[in-house]
Design a binder for this molecule. Sequence first.
Ligand SMILES: Nc1ncnc2c1ncn2[C@@H]1O[C@H](COP(=O)(O)OP(=O)(O)OP(=O)(O)O)[C@@H](O)[C@H]1O
Ligand SMILES: C=C(C)CCOP(=O)(O)O
Length: 246
Amino acid sequence: MTVVLKLGGSVVTDKDREETVDGESLDAAAAAIGDAVDDLDGLVVVHGGGSFGHPNAADYGVSTTEGTRDADGVLAIHGAMKTLNKFVLRRLREHDVPAVPVHPLSAASRDTGGELTLPVQQVRTLLGEGFVPVLHGDVIGHTGEGVTVVSGDELVVELAASVDADRVGLCSAVPGVLDNDDAVISRIEAYEDVAEVLGASDATDVTGGMAGKVRALLELDVEASIFDLDSVGPFLAGDRVGTTID
Ligand SMILES: Nc1ncnc2c1ncn2[C@@H]1O[C@H](COP(=O)(O)OP(=O)(O)OP(=O)(O)O)[C@@H](O)[C@H]1O
Ligand SMILES: C=C(C)CCOP(=O)(O)O
């Protein structure tokens, strides 16, 4: 089984303290991956930014649609994400995961319409040779905009199709998509099923966070799950956890 797993920035960092890793959570995720990796045919890890990258992106006014041509801005955002990537790699290596970095800035781009192109031959080759490629949210060249942000969620969607993943998992700070009573919705088959509960949450969070994730995951041919840190091990072992989106 080939799996694409995203470690949310809200899980592996302390979102309230700039450029601070949540060492305990990152270690728990890395340990669960270390326990499971030998039983998988392939694993690609993607991580988000959390308290890394986002503050720099805000400083330079950069989002997934608003760009910058300031090279210092590119280096600040990309540099912060590479710093977090090093922490993630170090923990994964401590748990004997054959993790190696793949930086989207060096490969991906957007066209004038904002559509993302992510070449993946290097990811496929690394997977075939037994490595665990570790990608991260980043800045990428964007025709007419300079650079814009590419989120970890966008990378997961692209990778799922291009590496023929059998399963996709998003580990976030919540145990799944929650209904109005904060109970986990076990299965989502259509956006209309959850539009009301996602719409009822805090507007800014919803647009960037859960609503966008659900919409993107519904587009995938492959089954996807949203779950929290405790479920990383069970998910990688093949269990049904959190919210399943298919
Ligand atoms: N109905 C909902 N169910 C669950 N979470 C929701 C819901 N509506 C909004 N959210 C918010 O969405 C957040 C998850 O999205 P977020 O983008 O923060 O996750 P992440 O992928 O872990 O982080 P990052 O984007 O930094 O990598 C939850 O922490 C929660 O605050
Ligand atoms: C460069 C940045 C801001 C990374 C964005 O990645 P995300 O946390 O997955 O949205």
